[in-house]
Design a protein around this ligand. Structure first.
Ligand code: SF4
Length: 227
């Protein structure tokens, strides 16, 4: 997997909502868990298989020794084998801000772009619909394939038997991109606000020291008692 930028697609649910969290979290690294390391290993293995076998059928020994979920991911991608495609591709959505898209395929005949994200987690189900991370990858992928007219984003999460997709027009991505540019500009110029929410705070590295998070948690607790 590629290097993470400060405003990475994977943390976009946080910084698009709580713009103050970027400066507030400066210098605090997200702790690397054994789950994250497992995911990194699985991505590495998938990349190796894709580079070696180029979406042709896998030899039986690779299927047998493959890490849980990796072979399922590979098999899903075989549907794109007749299209132009890129593996682990660096995409930027604004200036130098971006991330690494696991897999991008382009159907030039129909102007249809596919952006695939391999999720290795087995506890939180990821939905492609309204997914900011996938919107940002799509925005970056459109820089590579500017003639694309629509984009389907796919989440492949084999360890939860979860494969789902969402189709968006390039116009919708453009509207979203303008929203992102406004947020990035606010962050860069320091015109920021704290805004706690379930999605924003879930993986925030600063929540242990955040009074806004504590207040929001208390408010929700009180409201649950009053219901
Ligand atoms: S814990 Fe929530 S409110 Fe606090 S900085 Fe992080 S995202 Fe913002």
């Amino acid at each position: 997997m590629g290097k993470h930028s400060k405003l990475s697609p994977s943390s976009s649910d946080r910084w698009l909502t709580c713009t103050a969290s970027v400066e507030f979290s400066k210098g605090i690294s997200s702790r690397s868990s054994s789950y994250a390391n497992e995911g990194t290993d699985a991505h590495r293995e998938a990349e190796q298989l894709l580079s070696t076998y180029k979406l042709e059928n896998l030899p039986e020994e690779e299927v047998e020794k493959g890490k849980e979920g990796v072979v399922e991911y590979y098999k899903f991608l075989q549907a794109f084998k007749n299209l132009e495609y890129k593996i682990e591709s660096r995409v930027t959505y604004y200036k130098d801000q971006g991330g690494t898209a696991d897999f991008i395929a382009y159907d030039r005949k129909n102007g249809h772009l596919h952006v695939v994200d391999f999720k290795y987690g087995q506890f939180i189900k990821v939905d492609a619909v309204d997914n900011n991370q996938m919107r940002l990858y799509s925005s970056g992928a459109l820089e590579i394939y500017p003639d694309a007219r629509c984009i389907t984003v796919h989440v492949v999460q084999p360890r939860m038997s979860n494969i789902n997709g969402w189709t968006i027009s390039r116009e919708e991505i453009e509207v979203f991109r303008q929203h992102v540019i406004r947020k990035v500009t606010e962050i860069e110029t320091g015109v920021v606000e704290f805004r706690a929410s379930d999605k924003a705070c879930m993986f925030c590295p600063s929540k242990h020291k955040c009074t806004h998070y504590r207040e929001e948690t208390k408010r929700k607790l009180i409201s649950s008692f009053n219901d």
